[in-house]
Ligand binder design. Sequence first.
Ligand SMILES: [Mn+2]
Length: 495
Amino acid sequence: MQLKDFLKYEHIVIQCHDNPDADALASGYALKWYFEQNHKSKNVKFIYRGRNEIQKSNLLIMVKELEIPIEYAPFIAEEPELLITVDCQYGEKNVTKTAAKHVAIIDHHKKAVDTPSGMSNIRSDVGSCSTVVWDMIKSEGFDPNENRLVATALYYGLFSDTNKLSEVSHPLDRDMMDALIYNKSVVTSMVNSNISLDELQITGRAIMNYEYHESNKYLVIEAEPCDPCILGLISDFALETENVDVCLAYYVNQYEVKFSVRSCSKEVYANELAAFLADGLGGGGGHMLKAGGTIRTEFLDRPAKEVLEERMVQYYDSFLVIYAKETVLNTSDMRRYNKVEQSLGAVKLEEVFPIGTPINIRTLEGDVDTVIDKEAYLMIGIDGEIYPIKEQKLLNSYQFTNFRYTRDFEYEPRIRNTVTGEIKKVLQYAKTVRSTGSTIVFAKPLEQPVKLFTAWTEDKYYSGRVGDYIAVRADDEHDIYVINKDIFDKTYKAI
Ligand SMILES: [Mn+2]
């Protein structure tokens, strides 16, 4: 779905969820701005409905200072030609239903409704709906930076939905953060009016009622419904306590469970735990130390507290932690495999920017900073994963072919010259390489999830789920690793 598909409609209503938050306000604002850039005369309204008018002081500042043209419309007589719901999905409980001839949805929550094809853009892995709208507007050749107020709103939308950017994980979110030129003083005044005195009390009461689980050193803290940023505050603060390695803070309201996870344990990635807690019920993510998520209450058959507590226990029970350096696997029940020939992609970085250029490589898995030298290459793995590699190591296992390399990415990796800011996408520089060697490994499917610290990564683990493979090189008993089932099936054959 593209925004220009909607230009044919004359009468458009943009509606965000009831009890709007900063992200909802920003998404609708930017979208309305986009339509006005195209046709000044178009009849476009931005509304919210439901029982309550906006009250929170940061949102009141936002609407006033950023001149957000939103109307409170508890009753609506007209039936628009096109209704676009932003930061929510038409038909869900958190958005009052508005009759319309056509309905479109732009959102970043877990897909919860059926939508006619071509009428929705729901990107569940992105940190804010503001990011989704920003990306759509950019794809049409417009730049929200042309209006400082819109740019500031988008920035604050992402800022609020990701706990002050601390739970940002998607590269698109980082692209937007880097690109927006926003008004810092307005953001500061909103940030400093974020919590009401009532919420300050909620924070205190929540902390008083912590539950501590001594065996695994984690805290669970339930708060009354409040602004989600409070959860981040609580968990950041609680994690500073001695003998607390992990903290989960959450609240349950009528529609959803919101939670924040913090971890300072090298054996628990906050983003992994957040995804585990929300698995099948909503969405969760972030990065290794800080993460968060949402569970829709309609997917729960029991009280949220029970589900979360049970999943916390399951999370700790299920994983076997392996330190490859100190482990020798029993290979008697493992089969021997050979790596099959495969085609991967490689980019000689010197062809992208000159030698000596400091660059930032942005991929779905994260950012990598490096300086280009003569031997620097980028590999594009079988699953689209990107990693830097030196020429010698590349040539040890792969051979260049004359073919160009093509593939589809959910997010095409890009390289930024950190001095000039120039950004180039990698695919146009990628060549196909073919694997040569014939590494022999012992491998078997995992019967229990593991966290594996390889011999080279002592403070970083790789997770394997049941059905994934654990493998060890025949010529090095400590070179143990885990391989995703699909990748294993594609890259190894039994001998
Ligand atoms: Mn949102």
